[in-house]
Design a protein around this ligand. Sequence first.
Ligand code: NAP
Length: 359
Amino acid sequence: MPSRKRAAATGSGRRIPVGVLGATGTVGQRFVQLLERHPWFEVIEVMASDQSAGRSYAEAIGSRWKLATAIPPDVAKLRVRGPGDPLQARILFSALDASVAGDLEQEYARRGHLVSSNARNHRMDPKVPLVIPEVNRDHMKLLDLQPYRNGGGLVTNPNCSTIVIAMALAPIHRSFGIDAAIVTTFQAASGAGYPGVPSLDILGNVVPFISGEEAKIESETQKILGRIGPKGIAHAEFPVSALCHRVPVVDGHQMAISLRLETRATRRRILDAWEGFRPLRKLGLPSAPEAPIEAKVEEDRPQPRLDADRAGGMGVTVGRLRPCNVLEWKFEALGHNTIRGAAGAAILNVEILVRDERI
Ligand code: NAP
């Protein structure tokens, strides 16, 4: 699949310059970490709020850096740009707080930047792709409907729980059709950003409320599993009911999922559908896992501490598939919320755009 653009990205040693919006937050730090050794992309700009702007990234972030690896030296010395400042990189990864992401991301798209966003603001816009490359890469065609010129555009990845759910459901939906789904989540503390949930609320506790989360899971899943036509996305019609909980886990969102199917399935055929789900194999995308879904056979897996980091945090792990007495089948699913559920997802979205020569 040699293309000049991809050859430039992968072959010549020249990496594509990129910027990170909201670079000082939980997801922003993940972007900076994941992009440090990325073979195609190189961080040349970082942007955050006025309280960080004007200082070096290392100074602005100070003790808020929460990852086990050091701040990459080339990024540590970058001067943090403020909201709306002019930026050079065509590709911008956004980890902006939702209170500001809506307007700022649109403004950068208007200026000709391709913005790959984690924020919720534009996910349900009918002209904005909400994409998991393994599941609905064809939805990137929505970029053609956007009003932006000079290469500008907006692409989003799903909410950190939705991404795990939609990946686990996609092969089942394709093979058997899903009629109804009930999802109960157990979501890590890092999903709330930093400082996030106060320690006295979360330590030794379960909080059965995450603002807006249940509605996001219910609507985003239907958009992702919908079909694209000339007029946009026809959302999947099966109902999804979500019950969300914050739990004292650092990283890794776990879900218990029950399904009713449209056609008859067996346990073996569902396991085969997961096992055979390798749509990006052979594309050579740096962030795409060889096996996006792994089904564990042990009766007590998946678990966040043991499985969230699989495939560099980009793998979704499922397990405990068994009959459900109310619907038909039930199982557990798990994914890393700041990697597969956020920064890694946004990076993979741009990798597929480069591979498909859309940018
Ligand atoms: P966070 O830790 O609170 O970080 C927010 C970032 O936004 C910081 O870099 C902050 O900069 C910046 N920011 C805040 N106000 C700003 C303004 N007025 N102008 C410019 N920048 C501003 O949040 P997070 O957890 O990383 O989440 C970031 C986004 O990703 C959110 O939209 C969230 O919903 C989404 N998301 C998060 C997760 C997760 O697991 N955490 C998963 C999926 C999606 P300063 O440091 O300068 O204040």
